[in-house]
Ligand binder design. Structure first.
Ligand code: ADP
Length: 648
């Protein structure tokens, strides 16, 4: 049978992971195992028979004999892990921390004492490292300005920094660590720190508790001194909770200030827009007279001007038109900047818009001796999503630039190209081109790419407006250019996906300029206008159209009477009238059966988009802005009196 007597004793002792030393009651060493040899740096024979004090630092030796005597008198098992700071003393004189367990063994030769010795150098180092890391953590958390609290999985405070102690614990007697969250919160809310003018203590308590239980986002609370606190909590992986409370008063106040500043700025911007709008009215009324009468002078058949006078008049007209464009552009830009304009998104047929644009540009092109054309439009062309009027405005801008900066005898071509889900409408010229170093600023307001010193008139705002409008319509614009060879400006817009019947190209004949038809009809037109200069201008204009009789009224009230009595073929109505406005007047006309079908042309100096929209909604046949363009007015009248299908 296998018994412990058979165990190879020496090997067993040497296999022990701890050092093992046995000594007699006098402290003489009688057994040393391999680990003890390694630990103290002695060979076994050097230690056997030596006093145990050999292995103890010099300073601890004097009292040791005494300890030994006491232990021998009352021997007992003393396990490891004592809090004593015991040290081993190596042969080379170095020391190391040890833990020692003592056990007495009674033998025939008397009492022996066994010491199990463990080198705890590594563990002590680890403990020191841990302690240091912990101290770092505590001081770091304490240095955080926000109140920081860590709750364990039982919702008890595990760690808290000074700021949190100040905020939450000022009224809590004793340490805050170890308390439950609801206790801490209750005490904090009773401390008088928080503001209860907007909600009761109980409501805040419940609100905070609910947030703590399922934190999402942040929780805002106010202190009695008017500070704003933001509580942010999140759960830790082991079901604890981290809570921080930050003072965000400065942020809140700054946001308030910003909000107020924005309101003030918006109010100022609105005031600026209103100012520009009324200013434009004031500027356009005298311009109306200047341009209107200048045009009449120019075409006066009874007393035609001589060449010299015509040339000078030409300067007046061009200067006036330039001023008008400038007023319109500045107004438009200020409206866009103030985000006061809205654009519609509707399916727009490009053939129609291009015809209209080219038709309008034709006289300008003829004057500049430039050939204007629309390249063949691809078959089955879909419509685009855009604001019809604004798209026309952009294309007019591209087109008039192409003519202005074009070459005498040259060409300007409007071309439509499908590009995936987009359609590109390009305006191509063979003109002067744009110098490379000027190209990056071309869309900025008042930048004229070197043309500010040239003879070609312009404001430098057209492309800025075009770009902003294109963006408002979710489109984009761009260009390519070569100095001396020409430029290509384009706009790209999204395609309208619904099937469309508008798939035809534009017959070339349609592009021919329309000659003003001299109607052989007798028609009555009523013009409602309070400004005598405008009335005089219209009278002279209509005089030229021999088939038309003009009746005028200085106010809407009188105008309505005249219209009801005479039932004219067309009414021309100023919008800004004393007393009843043009809008109100047209409303009445639409209500009465005898006047319901009479087309009314609205005339106004305010070129603001919102007015255009209002005019259309109010039931005007068309809306013309002052100063009246003679050709535009006569064309509209022609359309109404002879019919839209009239040969051109
Ligand atoms: P402007 O009223 O000066 O024409 P725009 O904003 O329409 O203002 O255009 C800005 C500048 O871009 C113009 O002054 C001109 O130098 C340049 N530009 C625009 N279109 C063309 C073009 N087709 N060919 C050459 N230069 C052009």
């Amino acid at each position: 049978m296998w018994t412990d007597r058979n165990l190879p004793f020496r090997e067993l002792v040497d296999a022990a992971p701890d050092g093992l030393i046995v000594c007699d009651p006098q402290g003489k060493i009688t057994l040393v195992n391999a680990e003890a040899e390694r630990m103290f740096g002695y060979a076994r024979d050097e230690l056997l028979g030596q006093p145990i004090e050999t292995l103890i630092p010099q300073r601890s030796r004097p009292g040791h004999q005494q300890h030994l005597a006491e232990y021998t008198a009352a021997p007992r098992l003393r396990p490891m892990g004592s809090e004593l700071d015991l040290r081993g003393y190596r042969k080379d004189g170095s020391e190391f921390p040890v833990e020692i367990s003592l056990s007495p063994i009674k033998t025939e030769r008397g009492l022996l004492i066994t010491a199990g010795i463990r080198d705890v150098t590594d563990r002590r180092q680890l403990e020191r490292d841990n302690k240091r890391a912990n101290a770092y953590l505590v001081s770091a958390v304490d240095a955080v300005q926000e109140a920081f609290t860590l709750y364990d999985e039982h919702d008890r405070v595990l760690m808290v920094n000074s700021a949190a102690r100040l905020l939450l614990g000022s009224s809590a007697a004793g340490s805050i660590v170890g308390r439950r969250f609801d206790e801490v919160l209750g005490a904090a809310l009773s401390s008088g720190v928080f503001d209860f003018s907007n909600e009761t203590r109980e409501t805040l308590y419940q609100r905070w508790l609910a947030y703590h239980q399922a934190p999402s986002g942040t929780l805002e609370v106010r202190t009695g001194t008017g500070r704003y606190l933001r509580v942010t909590e999140c759960k830790t992986a082991d079901q604890g909770t981290v809570s921080t409370i930050a003072d965000v008063t400065d942020d809140v106040l700054r946001a308030d200030e910003l909000g107020q500043a924005r309101e003030t700025a918006e109010a100022a911007s609105a005031a600026k827009s209103e100012f520009l709008s009324s200013m434009s009215h004031e500027l356009r009324t005298p311009l109306n007279a200047i341009l209107g009468f200048a045009q009449l002078l120019e075409r006066d058949r009874k007393r035609p001007l001589d060449d010299r006078q015509l040339e000078r008049l030409g300067h007046v007209l061009r200067g006036g038109e330039h001023l008008l464009r400038l007023i319109d552009d500045v107004l438009d830009l200020s409206q866009i900047e103030a985000r006061r304009i809205t654009v519609s998104s509707e399916p727009v047929g490009l053939a129609e818009v291009l015809t209209e644009v080219v038709h309008t540009l034709e006289p300008m092109a003829t004057r500049a001796q430039i050939h204007l054309e629309i390249a063949a439009i691809p078959p089955a062309l879909p419509r685009v999503i855009a604001d019809r009027t604004r798209l026309a405005q952009i294309l007019m801008n591209f087109g008039s630039n192409a003519i202005k900066y074009g070459r005498t005898g040259g060409h300007v071509t409007f071309r439509v190209e499908p590009r995936g889900e987009l359609l590109r409408i390009a305006v191509i010229d063979d003109g002067i081109g744009i110098p490379e170093d000027k190209r990056d600023k071309i869309f900025e307001p008042f930048q004229r790419a070197g043309q500010e010193v040239g003879p070609i008139e312009g404001t430098g705002i057209g492309l800025t407006i075009s770009k902003r409008l294109a963006e408002l319509m979710s489109g984009s614009i761009g260009f390519a250019s070569q100095v001396g060879r020409g430029s290509e400006f384009w706009i790209e817009l999204a395609v309208h996906r619904a099937p469309t019947s508008e798939q035809v190209g534009i017959p070339a004949a349609q592009l021919a300029t329309s000659p003003l038809a001299a109607g052989a009809f007798a028609h009555t037109i009523v013009y409602v206008e309070d400004n005598p200069a405008n009335l005089a201008f219209m009278r002279e204009l209509i005089e030229e159209l021999t088939s038309v009789r003009l009746l005028t009224a200085p106010s809407a009230e009188i105008g309505l009477e005249i219209i009801r009595t005479h039932r004219p073929a067309v009414v021309i109505m100023d919008i800004n009238l004393p007393g009843m406005s043009g809008f109100e007047a047209v409303k009445h006309l639409r209500e009465w059966p005898e006047t319901r079908d009479i087309p009314v042309i609205g005339l106004s100096a305010a070129a603001l988009v919102k007015d255009t929209t209002r005019a259309k909604e109010a039931g005007f046949y068309r809306y013309l802005t002052k100063p009246v363009k003679v050709a535009e007015l006569t064309r509209t009248l022609e359309e109404l009196l002879i019919g839209p299908a009239a040969p051109r």
